[in-house]
Ligand binder design. Structure first.
Ligand code: OGA
Ligand code: MN
Length: 294
């Protein structure tokens, strides 16, 4: 494969792969090289790709089985006949949003951390992007763990975080109950008591064997076994550390034809808000967890 090049994007995370056309079946030697580069750099970027949805699905499936996209409120799949295809977009057509996540800022998070078997990887392909807006950041959570001050490392040793299953990031109750703002206003909200799924704060990557900090998202997380005030203080300290690193990490400015795939086992990501007057349309696939069934 004379043309394949792997070019690191920053010292800590991300690599651009050149010389590959993802619309074609990848040779048996090419894919293992890409996969190893992905494990080494955690996020891969492929530019100038021209991909149909089935081609994107075929490429994503090399990383594992795919999750099905949630069915939007109007009851039809995002993409007719392709249940694996998610759409991330702010565009509204016929009164319906054609995708998820709107135009707001998405704070640092790990996809699906609130589920028992969180997705292994997520893949985004840029079909329409506004100029110089809606950048996506990627944070190396091995490095976040390795650079933690000793006292914080000691405090999280052997502990788990409960990730909220009740509320979405925009504070809606997943089972249709009152929103988070109302629950909080009622004075009876208890982060320790809401339903959730727990995972170790220090996660060992099943393929690299490296340890990564695994904190999901800030909203409604709780360190099991601690009084709420101590859990909040510990999470604030971990998030201050992650946020500080996040200011200096890879923030990708999208071009049409960019495809990125990231490893949710060792990466957090975020997105800048962008103007409601511009269109942003990304197609997305999600690779299922490789954890044993629970
Ligand atoms: C996602 C996500 C960010 C973006 O697809 O999981 O967080 O840049 N997307 O759209
Ligand atoms: Mn996400």
């Amino acid at each position: 494969m004379p043309d394949l090049k792997i070019i690191p994007l920053t010292k800590e995370i991300g690599a651009e792969v050149r010389g590959v056309d993802l619309s074609k079946a990848l040779g048996e030697t090419v894919f293992p090289t890409l996969y190893q580069a992905w494990l080494d750099h955690q996020v891969l970027l492929f530019r100038d790709q021209s991909l149909t949805d089935p081609q994107m699905i075929a490429f994503s499936q090399r990383f594992g089985n795919l999750d099905l996209a949630p069915i939007p409120g109007h009851g039809r799949a995002f993409v007719e006949g392709l249940l694996e295809m998610f759409v991330i977009s702010n565009v509204i057509e016929d009164g319906h949003n054609i995708g998820s996540l709107g135009d707001g800022e998405c704070l640092w998070h790990t996809d699906m951390a609130w589920t028992p078997k969180p997705a292994k990887a997520s893949c985004l392909f840029a079909l329409e992007v506004p100029e110089a807006q809606g950048d996506t950041g990627f944070l190396n959570m091995y490095a976040a763990y390795e650079t933690l001050p000793q006292d914080l490392r000691a405090q999280i040793e052997g502990r788990t975080i409960k990730h909220d299953t009740q509320y979405t990031l925009d504070g809606l109750d997943r089972s249709g109950g009152p929103p988070l703002t109302e629950a909080k206003a009622s004075g009876s909200f208890d982060v320790a008591a809401i339903p959730g799924v727990s995972h170790p704060i220090v996660r060992t990557h099943p393929e690299t064997g490296r340890k990564a900090l695994y904190i999901g998202r800030r909203q409604n997380t709780y360190v099991n076994g601690l009084p709420v005030s101590e859990s909040e203080a510990l999470l604030d300290a971990l998030w201050a550390h992650a946020d500080e690193r996040g200011r200096r990490t890879l923030h990708h400015r999208w071009r049409v034809g960019d495809l990125m795939i990231w490893d949710n086992r060792c990466v957090m990501h975020r997105r800048d808000a962008f103007s409601p007057d511009v269109r942003r349309v990304m197609h997305r696939t999600q690779i299922q967890s490789d954890l044993a069934p629970v």
